[in-house]
Design a protein. Structure first.
Lengths: 330, 298
């Protein structure tokens, strides 16, 4: 799956682009502009899916108020949420809200959803940033190690570790780390946030899955690059082993790895929900869970839209990087 | 016509088999065997009467340690949970539901995924443009967001869980089947079929889809692992399977509450998930390599 999932970064249309003429800034700008257009369409579809999931799966009012609520109460809430309007009006209001960065108000906290999301965001970013840093610092060397020693014991160990990382439920690993380092050994705090020590266990937990992904992809790409003639030529010129592997090898393998790093950052945001729950980390994921428990429908929808926008933007950044760096895609 | 049809089909179908290296098939067997054993165990073990009733509570014997620890007794080999229920019996009972969810979850995402992928890859043109845009947009929405959006509205239940699995799983399958369908349609025998006057529906159903079968089986296998992980995460958060129903994910949710006092409640279901998903992933990888010559190493 590793190598196929990178393909998602490049939409179908990109493979059919015409061979470019003389490389001028205009060709490049047209390529970038076309990508921005695609990005806008993808964003619109994703936001529409989020809307459809919220509306077509049924009337949330009954779920929010419970079976005891009277008809009057239901109608009042329905009017309050704008659910009494025709679907098309609701949809246009929803799009207008997104364009004006107004994500509505929470039913439970009586605050604008935007404020609450922005309050919690730094915590989640901290977790995602630290987790991704660990994933890169461990995953890349692990993948390179496996590729340079292809077929050896090292390779098998690194590959097994990577596959294991993709098979463990992340939150369960978190629980086991809490058990070992907090409950049994008493070395690190088990939950909450505040000090750098509080960040260690959640960050390591978050890192595992992307680390495994990065390691597998680095290994696959590197083992292909290392078979290229220019590697032999670099070696023949008497360059040191590390210069051949890192400067000539890894530089050429870094594009797919960069792609997966950006894409996995998105996946990390989604893994953050369970990890934040295990460690009582006050991020966006916890906010989403609270919102669901209290049936705070507007807040859930705001978080879903926010997440969708972040994801599409990350995906499109990958695409743009490809277009800017790789001349064949223009 | 039908003679040519079947002859071409035989030739194309036998092609990958002839090239398949023997070693691959044995490794597939050795990965599938333990999975089969686990499936047989969770299905038939409760019928033997050797296990406790997984729902039977015993408030005088809560959080009893496993048999191999001091203070534990072998009547509860893996200990008991906070209601005094036998962890081993729960593990077997939860395994049934978890494996069932894995299988059905894979089927409901493979079905629509293959359909969309084949339509896009075979017919190309505007069909492809529309479906590709949908795939991109769907892949841009991670499962947790889709799950939150639906569960916030409808609450959690087994059908909702399958809906979440279908909505999140179809796009990766569609993307892969699309690209394989695109290469199959360029092969000579499709041209031959067209020249012989075969209808589009016949080409797709009788020739394109069978040629995709290997890829579909491999994708479906990997999807079983994904479905099990998604189920466990959602149940752990209280958004999937909830008591009194038992799944491995729901057991982990119960284990979280008593983690510092009784680690065995959370340890064993987690190990079970990891083992099954690891085997499924290895099997899926082996099958994918088996059916994709580009990925085969010589």
């Amino acid at each position: 799956m590793t190598s196929t999932s990178t393909a998602s970064a490049v939409p179908a249309s990109s493979q059919t682009s015409a061979p470019s003429g003389p490389s001028t800034w205009r060709v490049r700008t047209v390529g970038v502009l076309r990508r921005l257009g695609t990005a806008a369409v993808t964003l619109l579809i994703a936001v529409t899916i989020a809307f459809a999931l919220g509306r077509l799966s049924g009337d949330p009012v009954g779920n929010i108020l419970g079976p005891m609520a009277g008809q009057e109460q239901r109608d009042a809430l329905r009017a309050d949420l704008g659910l009494d309007q025709p679907l098309i009006v609701q949809y246009l209001d929803y799009l207008k809200g997104i364009l004006t960065l107004d994500l509505g108000n929470s039913l439970q906290f009586y605050q604008p959803n935007r404020t609450m999301i922005l309050d919690r965001l730094p915590y989640t970013l901290q977790l995602v940033g630290a987790g991704m840093a660990i994933a890169i610092l461990v995953g890349v060397p692990l993948g390179v190690l496996a590729a340079t020693r292809e077929g050896t014991w090292w390779d098998r160990a690194a590959s097994t570790l990577a596959l294991l990382g993709q098979s463990i439920p992340v939150f369960w690993l978190g629980m086991m780390l809490v058990l070992l380092f907090a409950v049994k050994l008493g070395l690190l705090p088990a939950g909450q946030s505040g000090s750098p020590q509080h960040l260690v266990l959640p960050a390591v937990t978050m890192a595992l899955y992307p680390m495994a992904h990065i390691a597998r992809l680095t290994r696959a790409t590197m083992s292909e690059v290392l078979r290229e003639p220019f590697i032999d030529s670099a070696r023949a010129r008497g360059l040191s082993r590390s210069a051949v592997v890192w400067r000539h090898g890894f530089t050429n393998a870094s594009m797919p790895v960069l792609t997966i790093v950006v894409l996995q950052t998105g996946t990390l945001l989604s893994g953050a929900v369970a990890v934040e729950y295990v460690y009582s980390w006050p991020g966006l994921g916890q906010l989403a869970l609270q919102a669901i428990q209290f049936r705070d429908f507007p807040l859930v929808q705001a978080i879903v839209v926010f997440g969708a926008v972040v994801f599409v933007v990350l995906n499109q950044i990958v695409d743009l990087l490809h277009v800017i760096i790789d001349p064949r895609l223009r | 016509m039908s003679q040519l049809d079947s002859k071409i089909a035989t030739v194309t179908a036998s092609e990958p088999m002839a090239r398949a290296p023997r070693r691959r098939r044995t490794s597939v067997f050795w990965l599938a065997l333990p999975l089969g054993v686990i499936a047989v165990l969770v299905v038939f073990l409760p019928m033997t009467g050797l296990l406790h009733d997984p729902g039977q509570t015993d408030l005088g014997n809560t959080l009893a340690p496993p048999g191999f620890l001091s203070g534990g007794s072998w009547s509860h080999p893996l200990g008991t949970d906070k209601l005094g229920q036998d962890v081993l019996a729960q593990l077997v009972e939860g395994g049934r539901l978890t494996l069932f969810i894995g299988l059905v979850g894979a089927l409901v995402s493979i079905g629509p995924g293959t359909l969309m992928g084949v339509l896009a890859g075979y017919f190309r043109g505007w069909v492809d443009v529309v479906i590709s845009r949908l795939i991109d947009a769907q892949l841009a929405l991670p499962f947790i967001l889709i799950a939150l959006a639906i569960i916030a509205n409808r609450g959690s239940s087994l059908p909702i869980l399958f809906l979440v699995l279908a909505l999140t799983g179809w796009a990766p399958c569609a993307r892969v089947t699309r690209s394989v369908a695109m290469t199959v349609r360029e092969r000579q025998f499709v041209l031959g079929l067209r020249a012989a006057g075969a209808s589009e529906a016949r080409i797709v159903l009788r020739h394109i889809v069978p040629n995709l079968a290997g890829t579909i089986v491999a994708l479906g296998t990997l999807q079983v692992g994904t479905a099990i992980l998604v189920e466990s995460a959602l149940s752990f958060l209280g958004l999937g399977i909830v008591p009194p129903d038992i799944s491995w994910g729901a057991m982990l949710a119960a284990g979280q509450d008593v983690l510092s006092r009784a680690w065995w409640v959370a340890l064993f279901p987690g190990l079970a998930i990891t083992l099954v998903v690891l085997l499924v992933n290895l099997l899926g990888d082996a099958l994918l390599t088996h059916h994709d010559p580009r990925k085969r190493r010589h």
